[in-house]
Design a binder for this molecule. Sequence first.
Ligand code: OGA
Ligand code: NI
Length: 374
Amino acid sequence: MMNSPKDWPEPIVRVQSLSESGISSIPDRYIKPPTERPSFHVFGSSQDTAAVAEADNSNANIPVIDLSGLESEDSQLRAATLSRVSESCREWGFFQVVNHGVSPQLMDRALEMWRGFFHLPAQAKQLYANSPKTYEGYGSRLGVEKGAILDWSDYYFLHYLPLSLKDYSKWPHLPTNCREVIDEYGKEVLKLCGRLLKVLSVNLGLREEFLQNAFGGEDIGACMRVNFYPKCPQPELTLGLSSHSDPGGMTLLLPDHQVTGLQVRKANSWITVKPAPHAFIVNIGDQIQVLSNAIYKSVEHRVVVNSGRERLSMAFFYNPKSDIPIEPAKELLTPERPSLYTPMTFDEYRLFIRLRGPQGKSQVESLKSPRRLS
Ligand code: OGA
Ligand code: NI
C-alpha cells in the first residue's frame, strides 16, 4: 500500500487571504483547463444540440422530498415517499430532504458558527493548520501532487466518529461554544443518516438493517468538511471544488441558504442545485455504489464560485468502518448482473483518493474488476 504523505509539496496559500488582498486576476495555479471551466457544459460533441438545450434549462433541480411521509399513517403516502427516494437514488444519485427531523435552529446555528470561524483573524485559524497525514484541521488543498491546479476554496475537516478518532484538540475552540454546536449537530445528523440507510436498504429489496450492518453496525465512521468559498475576481476561469464523487458511504450537505454554487452532473449537463429552505442535500457515495453493485451511483458534482458573495457549506460524510472490505451485496447479484467490484476497505480507498485530489469518477471506476489502480 502507498505511504501517507507527511507534508504539502508547496507552501500553503489561503484562498481567503488571496481573495481579501483585492487582486483582480487569479494566480495561474487556480486557472482550470477550458473544458473544466464552468461555462463548458457539454461533455459529448459540441454538435450535440439536445445537450446544449438541456444545459440551458436553469429551471431544473434535483428532487425535493418531504420525509414526514415516512412516518405517515397513510400507507400510500409512505409507499410514495419510499418510491420517490428510490427513483432519486437511481436517476440522480442526489436529492434534497425537508421535514427531516433535524432542528432548523440548530442548522442555522451551525452555519453561523462556521462563518464566524472563517472570519477569525488568520493567526487564530492557523493554529489548526492541517497536514496531508490525516487532513484534520484547517486546509486549502486536497491532494499532494506538486504543481497541481488548485480549487478556489479553504476548508475545515474533522472526525466525529469513531470515538477513537474523535479528537477535540483538532476541533476549533473558537467561536465560543463551537465544540458543543458541532457535537449536537453531529448527533442529530447521525440519526438522520441512520434513518436514510434503512430507507435505502428497503428500497434495494434488502433487510432494513443491511446497509448499516455492511457499514460496520455501530462502528461506522463520520466526518465533516466545512467548505469556504471566498469571492473570486474571475469565477469563469476556476472552480470552488473540482468535479468529484464522494468517496464515502452517503453525504448530507447543508448548503448556504443565500448563495448557490453546487452543480450536479445529469447526463450531458450540469444542474445547479436550488436549495430548499432548511433542506439537507443527500447524495450517494462510492461505497454505496459498490455495495449496491452500481444500482445506485455516486454522481459527479462540483462547485462554481462567484465574484459577489462568499459561500459556505457543511458536508457530513457517513462512512463504513474503515477496515472492513466493502463489496457488492450477495443478495443483489444475478447471473445477468454479476459483481462489478472487487472488495476494498475504505482505509485503502481513501488513501488512494487523498494522494490525488478530486478526479471525477476515475477512482470508483478503477475499482471495477479486474482492478486497475493506474
Ligand atoms: C463536498 C462537496 C459541495 C458544496 O464537500 O464533497 O461536494 O456545495 N461540497 O460545497
Ligand atoms: Ni462532494
